[in-house]
Design a protein around this ligand. Sequence first.
Ligand code: ADP
Length: 292
Amino acid sequence: MNLKFNNTTKKYKSKIALNSFSAELSEGIYALLGPNGAGKSTLMNILAGLLKPSEGDISLDGRDTVKMGREFRDILGYLPQEPGFYPAFSGLELMEYFSELKNVRNPESRIKELLEFVNLTEEAKRKYKEYSGGMKRRLGIAISLLNDPKILILDEPTAGLDPKERMRFRNIISRLGSEKIVIIATHIVSDVETVADKIIFLKSGSVVGFGTMSEVLKIAEGKVWEIKTAQSDADNYALEHFNSNVIKRDNDVILHIVSDEKPFSDAVAQAPLLEDVYMYLFSEKSEKSEPQ
Ligand code: ADP
């Protein structure tokens, strides 16, 4: 598959929500990372056909996705941030309802298989409104997989989940296989760093980083530093400098800093983590220096 975004742009009066997004995606798991307002939902909604781009288009294997119409919707799975499922329905009833809407063949066996996949078989007859956040999310994933989509979009899929639920979610995503294009929009680095094949950083509607993990880690190479220091010094520094955090390691207090310049003569350079790249790209300093 080749999913090609061609200068996809969305403007609201003077505001550019998505600025000439161009990318080519093939089978794999993509993380779309950026802070609130970066344009992630805008991009997802355009791909899902719910929002019309102001400029540009999207094609799948050379065919315009808007012109494909129903044919494109049939191969798409989309879990929005707020799916708005009927709260009084049970998980099973919701699965049955959406199976009909999506014209799923052999719904019974598909529903059974998916409930097992997301580990909800035991809870299938409970009402949706009684589900925990994690169970709601897992049901949402199961519903978005009913039509065995070739392209799966998950918008902030881990919002409100506890650490154990997040781990479950990551396990489900990593088992989705390599035949789909999966796009996960999130601002939570740890949700995607172990599952994503490629990472797209979106900032104020523009792509500021795109590549495999090792490629995007290079963005912060030579810009991550650590220094052992006293608690009070570390706290004072971290308060003033947004790009730093204080880490306790054994009995030491370590100041972890993301900075172009070596911040202290005895600071030691560190290999960047994805979190550092995020800090580097989305720090207050780079927000301020950006032309408005
Ligand atoms: P994200 O999903 O990354 O949080 P969004 O795609 O929701 O970002 O929003 C991108 C930008 O577009 C934001 O600045 C947002 O305020 C703006 N925006 C989104 N929808 C509208 C709208 N209907 N009218 C005006 N501005 C909008």
